[in-house]
Design a binder for this molecule. Structure first.
Ligand code: OOB
Length: 548
């Protein structure tokens, strides 16, 4: 049995491990296997050496080739003096090189900090400072943005970033070949304590800078293995990474890592537009993918005119933000009968509807917990458990949910209960009977409310109504300061065609019998809603674009 690691004091400084008693339960239950995260590659290369592992726009390689490439990168990483336990920021577009880099770092014992392509100097600087990273691996440009110029500023501000390796035109930094052409194989890595951090993910919140989430070898391998099993994945499946590959959803839920646990191939695309994605799905006979709501809707609409609709898909997971039953129906009818709602978080806990679940469950719930050992509590504003079936904040604890953010004592004091439950900030209700029993519905974020006069208005409720208007393509309800009311309700709307007026909108809400408390005071037309790095509506930026 492994004991808490005593080596790598620097890596472990500010890491909150699982308490020993719960860790023992998870090992006894067989969820935690004690293997390092890169064992998914070792096993796949031994079991399915010649099968396709990864594909992108320019290359394809088998599991054996992926392992060789990762070992070469591991040697390059070691030759740079990057040691076991060192953190390395990775910001790469969706490509085979993302997978090779990830596994190369893991093989070298380094801990990848998985940044998303949309992150900028503010976020990367924060990740560099908090993690104490020694290196940065980037592409020269992603979607027209100059990452080399950004890296120049970063290294000036963060001298502990000793190396920058660039895929592409590297300017003053090291070329990609530094990683691949170091030559000598590295000495076999000492066995890794599976309870230590394997990767650092970034939190998905839209308030403040993202926090770092240390996922352990044990817990992350379990996430990948158990989610692939729950979706019935086999070596015959092919997974498409359409969201940013460093995000938990396409990385391990089941994503790249889950696919690898069963010998399935993974296709990467940096262009998730329906035209491009549908062609790829058709060419590679993709069977499983994961999408955020806005992208899923775009794909569903495009099915009406694209020449090759994505018929090989057997599972389309949709999550990241709330989906109304109407939207779920639309996706089921237009995109795929294999829609699965998934409610997850980089912090760990996953809920999803399973293949074969009744339509009612798929339309009206965000799934049920992945693990029998996921513990949920639904509490009121005083922290007391609500009656079964009532709404409240979801608190969770379990075999793959973090026990504290990395190096974030203040946030941890707020975000965890004394007995180790993570306060998700999500409002949910857990159904108690009928076919939905045990499944949950996410009704909003506890903080996503507007305090108008004496009323507390749920932004989600209003958005659900707004989305039923045929002339509205997308909408966000946000608070605006108001001298008299405290906050007033603003509906920021992307119109599908001719804009409608506030009085027309209110007449429409009237006709739906919507409560007067839920009426917008202000209606603002936007060309598009600002999105986070993974493609969720960024409400803080909505407010900023409305207030100018
Ligand atoms: C996923 O992860 P994150 O870390 O980017 O965001 C987590 C937050 C949740 O706390 C919740 O507020 C929201 O995103 N969320 C949903 C949702 N799925 C996520 N809210 C309502 N309905 C849903 N289905 O977003 C993520 C990670 C793994 C798998 C899927 C999504």
């Amino acid at each position: 049995m492994t004991s808490p690691a005593t080596d790598h004091p620097d890596l472990l400084n500010g890491f909150v491990p699982f308490p020993p008693e719960r860790a023992r339960q998870y090992r006894d239950a067989g969820y935690w296997t004690g293997r390092p995260l890169d064992s998914v590659l070792t096993r796949a290369a031994a079991t399915w050496p010649g099968c396709t592992a990864i594909i992108d726009a320019t290359q394809r390689c088998s599991f054996a080739e992926l392992e060789q490439a990762a070992d070469r990168v591991a040697a390059g990483v070691a030759a740079l003096g990057i040691a076991d336990g060192d953190r390395v920021l990775v910001q790469l577009p969706n490509s085979c090189r993302f997978a090779v880099t990830l596994f190369g770092l893991l093989r070298a014992g380094a801990v990848p900090v998985l940044c998303l392509p949309g992150h900028r100097a503010a976020e990367l600087g924060h990740f560099a400072r908090v993690s104490g990273a020694v290196a940065l691996i980037i592409a020269d440009r992603i979607a027209g943005f100059d990452h080399v110029a950004m890296a120049r500023d970063l290294v000036a501000d963060h001298p502990h970033l000793r190396h920058v390796v660039v895929d592409g035109d590297c300017g003053p930094f090291l070329p990609w070949s530094t990683l691949t052409d170091a030559g000598a194989a590295i000495a076999p890595r000492p066995p890794i304590d599976p309870s230590r951090p394997a990767v650092l993910l970034v939190s998905g919140g839209t308030t403040g800078l993202p926090k770092l989430i240390a996922r352990t070898h044990d817990d992350y391998l379990y996430t990948a293995t158990a989610s692939a099993a729950a979706y019935g994945m086999t070596a015959q499946d092919t997974y498409l990474v359409a969201l940013p590959a460093g995000h938990n959803f396409p990385l391990a839920c089941p994503g790249l890592l889950g696919s690898m646990t069963v010998g399935a191939a993974t296709v990467f695309t940096a262009d998730p537009s329906p035209e491009n994605a549908f062609a790829l799905i058709d060419r590679h006979r993709v069977t499983v993918t994961g999408l955020v709501n806005a992208l899923a809707k775009m794909w569903a609409q495009a099915c009406a005119w694209e020449p090759v609709p994505p018929t090989s898909l057997r599972v389309v997971q949709v999550g990241g933000s709330r989906m109304s039953p109407d939207d779920a129906r639309f996706l089921l009818e237009r995109l795929s009968p294999g829609i699965s709602q998934i409610f997850g978080m980089a912090e760990g806990m996953l809920n999803f509807t399973r293949p074969g679940d009744p339509l009612d469950v798929v339309m009206h719930t965000q799934g049920r917990p992945m693990s029998p050992h996921d513990e949920m509590r639904v509490v009121d504003e005083n922290g007391a458990e609500v009656a079964p079936g009532e709404e409240g904040e979801l608190l969770v604890r379990g075999p793959y949910t973090l026990n504290g953010y990395y190096r974030a004592e203040d946030a941890n004091a707020r975000s965890f209960t004394s007995d180790g439950f993570y306060r998700t900030g999500d409002r949910v209700r857990v159904f108690t009977d009928g076919p939905r029993a045990g499944y949950l519905e996410v009704t909003g974020r506890i903080k996503d409310v507007i305090h108008r006069g004496g009323e507390t208005v749920s932004a989600t409720d209003l958005e659900d109504h707004l989305h039923t208007h045929p002339g509205i393509r997308a909408a966000a309800a946000v608070p605006l300061p108001d001298a008299f009311l405290g906050e007033k309700i603003c509906a920021a709307v992307v119109f599908a065609g001719r804009p409608i007026t506030l009085s027309e909108l209110n007449a429409f809400l009237d006709s739906r019998g919507v409560s007067v408390h839920l009426r917008p005071d202000v209606l603002v037309a936007l060309p598009s809603l600002p999105m986070t790095a993974v493609g969720k509506v960024d409400k803080q930026r909505v407010v900023r674009s409305v207030t100018g």
